[in-house]
Ligand binder design. Structure first.
Ligand SMILES: *Cc1c(COP(=O)(O)O)cnc(C)c1O
Length: 383
């Protein structure tokens, strides 16, 4: 047999060694990985059952408990992006027929609705205009009405830039025998989180936003209360890859092969978490807050206005209103091509109305703000 398909047949292939533009990623994620994280990832893989790798997995678990402020034994990284960890919470917590109440105030609330429905949940929703948050009184009324097995809320709605306050929500859920599930994809590492003090039962995140790592290894955690529900299931978890009964045997003391972990991503995640521990979690939160306040001030100085009320604005993601008569997409494209800066556009209700500017992880620095403002001053039409 001789080969019949030649690589040269494809006119479009330019087989040069890999070269990618050097962008400053100030969109909704990914953010630029910390140089030390890239260095850690650029290391030879170990076997997924090598004792040195198992020790690294233990370190990831301890560090994740620290950044989430939880003592949950089942705290791991899911192999996949944030959406995989999101699906892991739903797949393990939801049994067909369970009433799942979801707070929808943006794009990711809707993704939870879609996922929960696919796992057979009886999905109920409460909604808010994009950019607003639910009050404790509104959540109480909804729990009284729906009596759900699970309440799911997005802590940091990346599509709107709003932070959902969680104080008191856990106690409320306990009154109704409801598990509390929280999306912390754009909050972990950048926004204060106290999972145990807040009574959160299930949470997930990603590696490429506030943690300053590349995408692909995503934090997941489950409280003893949520474990109890998992153990009482009468049906198997419908997703084999994300079944915590199986994954717990790999991450726990049994060390049973489940799948080949993305070894180098775990190196990166471990290094990203170590950097946060070195900086100190509270300092890391403060850095995000300080730099975002600088961003807000500079944006307002050049005549731009912000979409979310100050009290509920995220330190990691800011929605900036596109001025009347300005082509938001064209400006974002100019920032990317002429200035190597990525910002995001609006999604759903906010499409065409806002830019989304992220200051996450390694990118939360005054230099990022200065570069963006300088570039905006060049590309925005003069008033
Ligand atoms: C980014 C994001 C996700 C999805 O994470 P991926 O890593 O893109 O799969 C889920 N929820 C929120 C709030 C996000 O910002």
């Amino acid at each position: 047999m001789t080969q019949t398909i030649s690589i040269n047949d494809s006119q479009r292939l330019q087989l040069q060694p890999l070269e990618v533009p050097n962008r400053l990623l100030l969109g909704p994620g990914p953010s630029n990985a910390h140089p030390a994280v890239l260095q850690a990832m650029n290391t030879s893989p170990l076997g997924h059952l090598d004792p040195a790798f198992l020790a690294l997995m233990d370190e990831i678990q301890s560090l994740l408990r620290y950044v989430w402020q939880t003592e949950n034994p089942l705290t791991i990284a899911v192999s996949g992006t944030g959406s995989a960890a999101m699906e892991a919470t739903i797949a393990n917590a939801v049994e067909p027929g369970d009433v799942v109440l979801i707070g929808v105030a943006g794009y990711f609330g809707n993704r939870l609705v879609d996922m929960a429905g696919r796992y057979g949940a009886d999905v109920r929703t409460i909604t808010k205009p994009w950019g607003q948050v639910f009050s404790l009184a509104e959540l109480r009324t909804a729990l009284e009405t729906h009596r759900p097995a699970i309440l799911a809320l997005v802590h940091a709605e990346t599509s709107t830039g709003a932070r959902q306050p969680l104080e008191g929500v856990g106690e409320l859920c306990r009154e109704f025998g409801t598990l509390l599930l929280i999306d912390t994809v754009t909050s972990l590492g950048g926004v204060p989180i106290f999972l145990d003090a807040w009574g959160v039962d299930l949470a997930y995140s990603c590696s490429q936003k506030g943690l300053g790592c590349s995408p692909g290894a995503s934090p997941f955690t489950m409280s003893p209360r949520a474990m109890e529900k998992l153990q009482k299931r009468s049906t198997k978890v419908a997703n084999w890859y994300l079944d915590m009964n199986l994954l717990a045997k790999y991450w726990g003391s049994e060390r049973v092969y489940h799948h080949t972990a993305p070894i180098n991503l775990y190196y990166g995640l471990r290094e990203a978490l170590r950097l946060i521990a070195e900086e100190g979690l509270a300092n890391c939160w403060q850095r995000h807050q300080k730099n975002v306040e600088y961003l807000w001030q500079r944006l307002e100085e050049i005549g731009l206005s912000l979409h979310v009320e100050k009290e509920y604005r995220l330190p990691t993601l800011t929605t900036v209103r596109i001025p009347a008569g300005v082509d938001g997409k064209a400006i974002a494209r100019q920032l990317l091509i002429e200035h190597n800066i990525e910002v995001g556009g609006g999604l759903g209700e906010l499409a065409g109305q806002v830019w989304r500017v992220g200051l996450m992880g390694y990118n939360s620095r005054p230099e990022s703000v200065d570069r963006l403002i300088e570039a905006l001053e060049q590309v925005l039409p003069k008033q």
